[in-house]
Design a protein around this ligand. Sequence first.
Ligand code: SF4
Ligand code: SF4
Length: 438
Amino acid sequence: MPVTVRLFRGGVHPKEGKELSCSEPIRTAPLLDKYTVILHQHIGAPPKLLVKNKDKVRKGQVIAEKAGFVSASVHSPTSGTVKLVNCHGPAGSHTPAVEITSDGKDEWDDYVKSDPDWEQLDSNECRKRVEQAGIVGMGGAAFPTSVKLSPPADKKIDNLILNGAECEPFLTADHRLMLEEGEKILTGASILGRILGVDKISIGIENNKQDAIDKLRETASKYSVEVIPLRVMYPQGAEKQLIFAITGREVPSGGLPMDAGCVVQNVGTAAAVADAVRERKPLIERVTTVTGKPVCNPGNWKFRIGTPLSKVLELAGGIKKQPAKMLLGGPMMGMAQYSLEVTIMKNASGVLLLDEDEIAQFGSQPCIRCGRCVEACPMSLMPGTLSQMIESEKFDLAEYTNVMDCIECGSCAYVCPALRPLVQHMKRGKAEVIANRK
Ligand code: SF4
Ligand code: SF4
């Protein structure tokens, strides 16, 4: 098997921190008394609520349905009674949610059952099941998967790439999933490949996960999937960088993976696709890494969507010291959280607690023009310069200087000795450009 040594430009080598949880097998969280399912969990239009207070629902039942082409349905994580609430969302503000008080029976909706004839399904029916299951990108992006599986007629897709890079420090959920549920991932890959009608399916894995590479290679050829080891470099798992490393193709500025003939899906998403097509099982649970020095028992857990962070930390044995920061996701792209009421969503790859010595100790300083951010940027941007344009609200200039190509990977902020809030500036700049275009 060839070893891919090609690397994208830029990138950084943050401390990995994966040793805390990479050897911990996935544990399934017990049934809880209550789940709080946030309705708008994906990129795109919020789904339309289908239930009201005191309704009885079953596990896997649709509680809010996809409302538009870029949208995704949301399902009940157990059987029980509905209460409509507003809860703490991951972005800090309150957001509409459905609270399900469990009846303890955990009974599936009649629709969810295994289909012995699933291999005879045509690609349209497979795509429909993915859509009905409410699957979104589980690596963090939360982009509705059915949309990625419906490219415009003028875009020829010939490559499906599964993202098993898991380049975010500390996170090991995908690593464990590849070790423990490799067959399901490969089945999902071949279903996705069939839907897209591609010539080639690859799975890219950073070579700090050699056991996962070896494990998947045992059976990958049976599914016509090539397992490709990748050099360790952040952000290897970003779509554009992964496409370049595996195919040598560059996604044009402002373009999408499909402009390079590729579709990229996370390995967790592929596993969810296998469940949806073989068993009509909706996305109501996911594997999440719970980790960081303050956590008593770091590990990898299968949590149902709607599990509060308070319960997540309790299941991980609690905390041994007060964390300085709590993140949903990894340290590079994760979102800081301020409430334990926030619940696990479909894209929650990790819950990470950091202590004082792991986070920046001092406030941001003026740029010293050292150029390190330019060297680190995998998109060949000038983050320091862009940051100053955005601070002085020169959004037109920022757009001209390609701020929209920023993939928000955080590599620039990681290397900046002045601790400039570069990613926040990029996010603001992109949002202003989008608002100005409307
Ligand atoms: S400017 Fe954007 S793409 Fe470049 S390193 Fe910073 S966050 Fe990553
Ligand atoms: S790394 Fe920080 S200090 Fe150096 S040029 Fe970039 S923004 Fe300025």
